[in-house]
Design a binder for this molecule. Structure first.
Ligand code: XIL
Length: 293
């Protein structure tokens, strides 16, 4: 293939993806770029807890189904995102304070969402931004056991999707990265619950220098590694090249997902962090990636 994903997979990588949802898929110029240059989509918001189970036991799959159906009809892989996260979490979940209720709520949420898309997802980011065991309802009520509760429920619901833990600020071999490596070591000591580790990589200009060290540290877990939400505020071509080469050089780094296509629709829009400008024209950074591949 000639687009970004086509050139990337010719180097043995699985995909270069982007986030999307109906709001961005309905923009024709945006959808056309995804068709030509990306091999995978992540639901930007539609598969999160607030979108799928706004009140207990009442599930809404309108947005997530639309994304999954678009991906299936257009031959794109899908990363599920995300089942257990302290953010975009309805208050009915964050106010639960007993272990049994929270355990069954997590199990029901995961089995219903992952079960609905069983067999259709390349991977699922089961936990998001919890690698450092932050103070969340999940950790505060259940302690570290929520990790195995979540991964066990996901495996039972979908035995083929690769089950990921995902986090931010894993941009160098820093204390948070090392904590993530230790957490995976503890959880997986006797059984491989966690099958992949994602680093979001929401970077700033000049901030890519630690990427290779971060990926190397994460790969020391023995798991596959992916960059899951790449964007670089005020990026130069060199920033993008540095990240791409870091993944290229590590065989366990299987994929990169950009957090959007055009600056027009980025959650960090004002910092122009993506590979297409706000008029859907490829930027210099895009051209430099294509040339280097
Ligand atoms: C962001 C979306 O891009 C926004 O549209 C939404 O308003 C907030 O969430 N880390 C994550 C993503 O894991 O889900 C977040 O996505 C960006 C930070």
């Amino acid at each position: 293939g000639s687009g970004l994903n086509g050139k990337w997979v010719s180097h043995g990588k699985k995909f270069w993806g982007t986030c999307a949802d109906s709001n961005t898929l309905n923009i024709a110029s945006n959808a056309n770029i995804i068709k030509s240059d990306f091999g995978q989509v992540t639901p930007e918001n539609s598969m999160k807890w607030d979108a799928t189970e706004g009140s207990r036991g009442n599930f809404n799959f309108g947005g997530a189904d639309a994304l999954v159906n678009w991906a299936t009809s257009n031959g794109k892989l899908i990363r599920g995102h995300t089942l257990v996260w302290h953010s975009q979490l309805p208050s009915w979940v964050s106010s639960i304070n007993d272990r049994n209720t929270l355990t069954s709520v997590i199990q029901n949420h995961i089995s219903t969402v992952a079960g609905r898309y069983k067999g259709k997802l390349y991977g699922i980011e089961i936990l998001n931004e919890d690698g450092s065991l932050r103070s969340s309802v999940f950790y505060n009520v259940l302690g570290e056991s929520f990790v195995t509760i979540a991964f066990t429920a996901a495996k039972a619901a979908d035995s083929t999707a690769r089950l990921y833990i995902n986090d931010y600020n894993l941009d160098s071999n820093n204390a948070k990265t090392q904590g993530m490596v230790r957490l995976i070591g503890r959880i997986n000591a006797n059984q491989k619950y966690i099958e992949g580790v994602g680093t979001q990589m929401h970077l700033g200009a000049g901030g890519a220098g630690g990427a290779q060290a971060a990926l190397t540290a994460l790969a020391s877990t023995g798991l596959e590694v992916a960059i899951t939400e790449l964007d670089i505020a005020g990026a130069s071509s060199n920033d993008y090249l540095t990240v791409m080469r870091a993944c290229l050089g590590i065989s366990q780094c299987v994929a990169i997902t950009s957090w959007g296509v055009s600056d027009a629709n980025s959650w960090r829009s004002s910092s122009s962090p993506l590979l297409w400008d706000s008029s859907y024209r490829p930027k210099a950074a895009y051209n430099s990636l294509i040339s280097a591949l």
